[in-house]
Design a protein around this ligand. Structure first.
Ligand code: AMO
Length: 434
């Protein structure tokens, strides 16, 4: 059994004998009186030394300790109005159990601002700041909430391979690796595997896992390893898939609003839970509106993807999460189904936050002949995907699903400037370590 019998900083009560353990956050020596602020994951607590009434050696050890050293303090908890948390510890012993080097590469007290790259180089120290730790606590809450929503929808959590033989999301973004002398790739998306699992006896599946993209762009919202939240279900169409995406986003916001009050406060975020159902624009409406509101060098024409500028201007104009539906088939992948009455249009959709795209999804092509035709149209060799296409010959129900950028969900929820802030150890063109 894990018996952490410390008195946690946020839980110390006046009149109690306490054993507080954590990091020496700050030392303030005011002459006759000195303070040591100890920090643990629950918060900070003040330790007071009245020099006249305290053993000299105890005062000396405590006031000369280097910041961020790990200390154990034992003493009595007393009420003190002027202390940040309304209580303080009057110690009879202070032990330094892991001294820190006085030269810190990053100041966890946050008094000195650090560039994002310095923060990422020193991520452990960076996470000692409450507002940085809060991002990852919110991220964990988002994942917990997402898992719960999927559970309520009777979905099974799956784990699919990350070393694969083929790409699915366009050849240019593939990371090649050597696999016992053969060419292989890092998985760009669990797309084909989740579809196969929808067609297995599992029917409703989800996965929260890494996706790898050799993105050309080094932007605040692209990284080379991201976390994708993937959903796939049988006897579902694109409308059903959109309804689930909406529920997942709403539930995640509600869970964070309900369970992450301290974290939101640390981050200074006044979280607004999106209300009701997200508006829907067809692709036609989206490009028309983007052309009207965005200052584009060239107006968008039918068949263009929404550029970053167009996406941003459109998002500002809509002002809330919104779906874009009925995309041109030619710019959606082979696995997306086209409308039977107009094959130039697909049943693919995107879900955007006003700042950026969060989700892509759609109804899938489940008819074997059409699927193979689609491969040929996109110039992909169907034989390389035989493990996928062949399954469609043995009873593949209609199905639909989507993939959601996990970090983008957190980034947009907390209004972070850069997606890297929502990733412990981001991977981008410059960063492979730590
Ligand atoms: P797509 O390629 O649009 O769709 O990816 C889905 C979502 O994943 C996020 N995302 C990224 N986030 C950060 N950095 C990246 N480099 C990055 N690439 C993607 C985005 C994006 O909306 N198989 C389809 C999904 C499906 O149809 O089920 C797919 O991968 O938020």
């Amino acid at each position: 059994m894990y018996t952490d019998d410390r008195t946690h900083a946020a839980e110390a009560e006046p009149g109690q004998r306490a054993r507080v353990a954590g990091w020496a956050h700050e030392i303030r020596d005011l002459g006759g009186i000195a303070f040591l602020i100890v920090r643990d994951r629950t918060g900070k607590i003040q330790v007071k030394f009245e020099k006249d009434a305290t053993d000299d050696e105890l005062v000396e050890t405590s006031t000369s300790v280097a910041r961020e050293s790990v200390v154990v303090v034992e003493g009595e908890v007393e009420a003190e109005e002027r202390a940040p948390t309304g209580v303080e510890v009057v110690p009879d012993s202070v032990e330094v159990i892991a001294p820190a080097d006085p030269e810190l590469p990053l100041d966890p007290s946050g008094k000195v601002d650090a560039e994002l790259s310095t923060r990422l180089d020193n991520r452990t120290l960076d996470l000692r700041k409450p507002e940085v730790k809060a991002v990852f606590e919110v991220r964990a809450e988002v994942q917990r909430a997402v898992r719960e929503t999927f559970r309520e929808l009777d979905c099974t959590e799956i784990n699919t391979p990350k070393i694969v033989a083929t790409g699915t999301e366009g050849g240019t973004e593939l990371f090649p690796i050597t696999y016992f002398g053969r060419e292989a790739f890092m998985n760009q998306s669990p797309q084909l595997f989740k579809q196969l699992m929808a067609g297995s006896g599992l029917e409703r599946v989800f996965e929260i896992g890494p996706i790898f993209r050799a993105e050309e762009h080094n932007t605040p919202r692209h990284v080379n390893e991201a976390t994708s939240i993937d959903f796939e279900a049988t006897f579902a169409d694109h409308e059903d898939a959109m309804a689930v995406a909406e529920t997942v986003v709403l539930d995640a916001y509600e869970a964070v609003a309900e369970h992450c009050e301290t974290q939101l406060e640390a981050l200074g975020v006044d979280l607004e839970v999106p209300s009701g159902s997200f508006p829907r624009l067809t692709y036609d409406e989206a490009i028309e509106r983007a052309n009207a509101v965005a200052d584009l060098d060239e107006p968008l024409v039918w068949g263009d993807d929404l550029s970053t500028e167009a996406e941003k201007a459109l998002g500002e104009a809509v002002g809330e999460h919104f779906f874009v539906t009925d995309w041109p088939s030619e710019i959606k992948p082979f696995y997306i189904q086209d409308y039977d009455d107009d094959p130039s249009l697909s049943k693919g959709f995107d879900l955007n936050h006003p700042r950026m795209e969060l989700v892509s999804g759609g109804q899938r092509e489940h008819r074997y002949d059409r699927l193979v035709e689609g491969f040929e149209q996109q110039g992909l060799p169907p034989e390389e995907f035989a493990y996928y296409t062949e399954t469609f010959r043995y009873g593949m129900p209609p199905h639909a699903g989507w993939g959601m950028g996990g970090e983008r969900l957190v980034m947009t929820m907390l209004d972070l400037d850069n997606v890297r802030e929502a990733i412990l150890f981001p991977r981008d063109r410059q960063r492979l370590s730590p």
